[in-house]
Design a protein around this ligand. Structure first.
Ligand SMILES: [Zn+2]
Length: 290
C-alpha cells in the first residue's frame, strides 16, 4: 500500500481532469478506507496522491481485505473522509472527475459527503469503463486489470493510488486513439454525456447510441461488421483506389482480386472467411461510398 498522508503539497492548481478511486472496508458505501487521485494536465499525470482513510465504523469485511489488503490496524490513525475532504474539495470543484465503474465511486463520494453532512461539489464525471468500451469495441474484458494489460501498464490492482493512475492512463490513451483534442471532446466523439454532481443532486452519465455499424449485406450479419478487426478492414477499404465494379452484377475486380459481396479471391478472405477489405470496398462502391 503506497497511500500516505504527507503528499498534499503535490496537488496541482489546475488540471484537465482528475481520476478518482475509492477502496471500502465493507459493503457500506460510506466505509472508505483509501482514496487515490491522479491529476492529468496536458495529457500526462502531474500528481498521483493517495491516502489511507479511517472508515466511520471499523468493520473490515475479510472479503474486502483480501482484495485491497488494507486492515483496521493500518487506518487506526488515519483521518476520516470528512476530515480529509476540505483538502480535496478545492481540487474537485468544477473539475471533470473520472473513475473506472464511475457509478460506484460517485456513489461512495456522494453518500460519504451526505453522511458527514458536507455539501457536494459541483463537478462533472465520466467512466473509463464506458470510454474503453466505446474506444476499443469487441474486447472480452473491460476491467481495469485487463485494460492495463492490453496497454502494457504494470500496476498493483486495488491500491487506490495505482488504480487512479491506471484509470487516468486509460483515459489518456483513449484520447490518443481517438485523436481527441482534449478529454471533454473525447466524449462528444464517443457519444457519451458526462454525469453531473451538484450540491442538491446528481445526474447520471448517459451513453447515447453508438454510431450504427454497417448494415447486413450479402451473407454477413451487421454485428460482424462492428468487430474491431472488421472495422480496421473497413478503414483499409477506404484507401483502395484500384476498383472496377459491375454494378448490375454486384461484382468487381479490386486490386486484381475477383470480388462479390460474399467472397473474394484474396488470401485474407480465403483464410478467414470473413469480409476482407476488398469486399468492403465493393460494398462501398455499390453504395456510393456510404
Ligand atoms: Zn479480398
Amino acid at each position: 500500500m503506497t497511500a500516505a498522508n504527507d503528499r498534499t503539497a503535490a496537488l496541482p492548481p489546475t488540471c484537465d481532469f482528475v481520476a478518482l478511486d475509492f477502496e471500502t472496508a465493507n459493503r457500506d458505501w460510506t466505509s472508505i478506507c483509501a482514496v487515490g487521485l491522479a491529476f492529468v494536465a496536458g495529457g500526462r499525470i502531474v500528481a498521483n496522491p493517495s491516502w489511507l482513510v479511517r472508515p466511520p465504523e471499523m468493520i473490515f469485511d475479510p472479503g474486502f481485505v483480501r482484495i485491497h489488503g488494507i486492515t483496521a490496524d493500518q487506518v487506526a490513525d488515519a483521518p476520516e473522509f470528512g476530515d480529509l475532504w476540505p483538502l480535496l474539495a478545492p481540487h474537485m470543484e468544477g473539475r471533470i472527475i473520472v473513475a473506472h465503474n464511475a457509478e460506484f465511486d460517485v456513489n461512495v463520494l456522494i453518500r460519504s459527503l451526505d453522511r458527514y453532512r458536507i455539501p457536494r461539489p459541483s463537478a462533472e464525471y465520466s467512466c473509463t469503463k464506458i470510454i474503453a468500451q466505446r474506444t476499443w469495441p469487441g474486447l472480452k474484458r473491460y476491467g481495469l486489470a485487463a485494460l492495463a494489460e492490453r496497454n502494457g501498464i504494470v500496476f498493483r490492482h486495488h491500491d487506490a493510488g495505482e488504480d487512479a493512475s491506471v484509470c487516468a492512463q486509460v483515459a489518456i490513451r483513449a484520447c490518443l486513439e481517438k485523436g481527441a483534442a482534449d478529454f471533454a471532446s473525447l466524449h462528444e466523439g464517443l457519444r457519451i454525456t458526462r454525469g453531473r454532481i451538484y450540491p442538491d443532486g446528481h445526474d447520471p452519465l448517459r451513453e447515447e447510441p453508438a454510431a450504427s455499424p454497417l448494415p447486413a449485406f450479402g451473407r454477413w450479419d451487421s454485428r460482424l461488421h462492428a468487430r474491431p478487426e472488421q472495422l480496421k478492414r473497413q478503414q483499409r477499404a477506404r484507401t483502395l483506389d484500384d476498383a472496377v465494379v459491375d454494378r448490375a452484377a454486384g461484382t468487381g475486380m479490386i486490386n486484381g482480386y475477383a470480388v462479390t459481396l460474399d467472397s473474394c479471391t484474396c488470401a485474407d478472405f480465403q483464410g478467414r472467411k470473413t469480409p476482407c477489405k476488398h469486399i468492403y470496398k465493393l460494398y462501398f462502391e455499390l453504395n456510393n461510398g456510404c
